[in-house]
Every structure is written in structure tokens, then in C-alpha cells.
Ligand binder design. Structure first.
Ligand code: 2P0
Length: 350
């Protein structure tokens, strides 16, 4: 028996089997992450803050296979290929290096996000993968360690490790990368009395033309608006933390809306411009203004796609959903509340 096989046997003894299953939910940023200062380590230019959702979970099973010569990855039962597969295998390499193991894995991911819903499925995807892979390979990581690990798969995944509201710290910007790597992770944010909902209007379920990764790189490299937005986003975060602590939904919404519109402005300033907002997105934005004129606190935030998420009180969510549904003619609308962080649901995994 090789040394590797003995190690896996030891893992099996500890866990009952050489696999693990984890569940994670997507998150929506109220203070956006847009731009990396280190692409290899996924170190962002600015800190970001999000709400983890209670809908659209991703369930991922990672199972070590001592006999396999390559990783096997399936998404909703379909074998992954190309860039998607390369990203997962690269992430598993990182876990293997840390665990001191070379075993390949069988990864089975089930995603419940409607196709093209514009909800970062990479956030729930890499958060679930980080938790399942860490357990399957025997890494003993706390929330901070899991968040740092998930970050290396997709920046926004660092935040889905935690439930409710979470802030992803950019980490020390003047430190050498290896040191900054240790200080860039998400953690829960303290909030006052809030009963928030995010109403998600899917106005266009088609695939995006430019990936967020490529778009943020182009923005950082070419947009003259990027630096001013990054500076204002740091101020927004300070104000956002205070507003959350006060339980001041209006202030939270106002800051989130301006932060998102500012991010889209930086993209429009890129050369060539990156434009994710579609005519239907603007129609939904108009409906949000209409709700506010009618005295309903509702605030919009948009990500790397045309879909719009509207922050409101849970008690107003049905009314907001109705207004948004009318505006997003033909689109679908979903209501989400704050959800749980990523967690292991089965350390047996078979
Ligand atoms: C966010 N987005 O804060 C921002 C706002 C989209 C717009 O995080 O390159 O998929 O894998 O780190 O995390 C989307 O970017 O990018 C994103 P990578 P990711 O939610």
C-alpha cells in the first residue's frame, strides 16, 4: 500500500468515508467587489459587503478517488468542460497542495439557481466546494480559513461562507502579497434590528457577453473613473456598517444603490465600455423610484448583468415584487431573505 493510500485510509477512519457534501447560498453585494490588485491570489482593491440569500442553494459533493488519474466534475449531472472544469481542477490543486495529498476527486455539483439568473453562482459554487473539499481532503479550517480558501476560487465566494451580512476585508494593501493573503477574508457583520428582503428581477436570462473577471480587469486597467469609485466605496463601507448597526434600512438602501450605480459608471468609463444594464434594467430602476415616491422604501443594486435586486422591508416584499414584475415585463421575480452560511451536510459523502 502506498503512503498516499495509507493517508486516505486514515481520512476514512476519521470521517467514515473519503468524501464530504456541503451546501452554500449565493450572496448579493451591497458594497461591491470590482477589481483585483492581485489576480493570482484574488486580492481585491476594496473591501465589499453582502447579504447571503436563503434561496438558490448549491450542493456539492467531493469524493476522493485514489485510482483516478484526473478529476471528474459534473454540474447538474452534466460533465464540466473547458474553463469551468479548469477552474475547479485548479482549485482542487490548491487544496491538494495544502493537504499534502495528490488524490484526484469526483465533484458533483447541483445548482438550483435558474440558468442565467445573474446571481453569482460562482459564489455559492466555490463556497460549497471549499467546505466540501476541505473536509474531504482532511484540512481543518475555521470560518476565516474557509473564507480565504473560497476566495481563491472566486472572490465573492469568500462572503458566502457566512450567513446574513458579511464583509470581505481587502487585506493590508501595502503588505507583500503572501502577508496580504492572510488578512483578506470575510467575517460576519453586526446589524441592528433589520428585517430585509431582496426582490430579484430577472429581466434577461441570457449569458453575459463579457465575464465579470474580464470586465473588472478592463475596468481597473482602462477606466479613469475606477480610482475615484474605489475611494468612495471605502467611505460607503464605513457608512454602510454604521447604517446596518443602527438598523436603518433607508440608509442601507441609499448607500447600496449609489455604490452599485457608481460601479456601473466605472465600467461605462472603461475602454471599450462594459455595459451590463439593458433597457429593461432601467425600466425596473424607474419602478423602484416609483415605489419610493409612493412611500415604500425600496433600493436597487445591479451586478455583472442586466438583472436588478431590490432591497426592501420583508413586510413590503410582496408589494415590491408586484411593481417590479410589471416593470420587468416577461421576466421572473424571486423574493429572498438573509440565509445561512456554507456548511457541511454530510461528512460521509458516498
Ligand atoms: C460582487 N461581483 O461584489 C461583484 C459585483 C459582480 C458585481 O463578485 O473573478 O465571480 O471569480 O473573483 O466573484 C462577480 O465576481 O469574480 C462579483 P472572480 P466574481 O458580488
Amino acid at each position: 500500500m502506498s503512503e498516499q493510500q495509507i493517508t486516505v485510509r486514515r481520512l476514512q477512519d476519521r470521517q467514515g468515508a473519503n468524501g464530504a457534501t456541503a451546501v452554500a447560498h449565493p450572496n448579493i453585494a451591497l458594497i461591491k467587489y470590482w477589481g483585483k490588485r492581485d489576480e493570482r491570489l484574488f486580492l481585491p482593491w476594496t473591501s465589499s459587503l453582502s447579504m447571503t440569500l436563503d434561496i438558490f442553494p448549491t450542493t456539492t459533493r467531493v469524493h476522493l478517488d485514489a485510482e483516478a488519474s484526473d478529476d471528474e466534475v459534473t454540474f447538474n449531472g452534466v460533465p464540466a468542460a473547458g474553463e469551468e472544469r479548469r477552474r475547479i481542477a485548479g482549485f482542487l490543486d490548491l487544496v491538494r497542495r495544502r493537504a499534502g495529498l495528490t488524490h484526484r476527486a469526483v465533484v458533483d455539483t447541483r445548482n438550483t439557481v435558474p440558468t442565467g439568473a445573474g446571481l453569482a453562482s460562482s459564489a455559492s459554487g466555490f463556497a460549497a466546494l471549499a467546505v466540501a473539499a476541505a473536509a474531504a481532503y482532511g484540512l481543518d479550517l475555521d470560518g476565516t480559513g474557509l473564507s480565504r480558501l473560497a476566495r481563491r476560487g472566486s472572490g465573492s465566494a469568500s462572503r458566502s461562507i457566512f450567513g446574513g451580512f458579511a464583509v470581505w476585508n481587502a487585506g493590508n494593501p501595502t503588505a507583500p502579497p503572501a502577508e496580504a493573503d492572510l488578512s483578506s477574508y470575510a467575517e460576519p457583520v453586526r446589524t441592528g434590528d433589520l428585517d430585509p428582503a431582496l426582490v430579484i428581477a430577472v429581466v434577461n436570462a441570457g449569458p453575459k457577453e463579457v465575464s465579470s473577471r474580464a470586465a473588472m480587469r478592463r475596468t481597473v486597467e482602462t477606466s479613469p473613473l475606477f480610482e475615484p469609485w474605489a475611494a468612495s466605496s471605502r467611505d460607503d463601507l464605513t457608512e454602510m456598517r454604521a447604517a446596518l448597526l443602527r438598523g436603518d434600512l433607508d440608509a442601507v438602501g441609499e448607500i447600496a444603490e449609489r455604490n452599485s450605480l457608481g460601479m456601473h459608471a466605472t465600467m461605462l468609463g472603461a475602454r471599450p465600455a462594459v455595459r451590463y444594464l439593458a433597457p429593461a434594467s432601467l425600466t425596473v430602476l424607474d419602478s423602484v423610484l416609483g415605489l419610493r415616491r409612493d412611500g415604500i422604501p425600496a433600493y436597487a443594486t445591479m451586478d455583472a448583468g442586466p438583472n436588478v435586486k431590490v432591497l426592501c422591508r420583508r413586510t413590503d416584499a410582496d408589494r415590491v415584487a408586484e411593481a417590479v414584475r410589471d416593470a420587468a415585463a416577461g421576466g421572473t421575480v424571486h423574493i429572498a431573505g438573509p440565509g445561512q452560511g456554507a456548511r457541511l451536510v454530510d461528512a460521509g459523502g458516498r
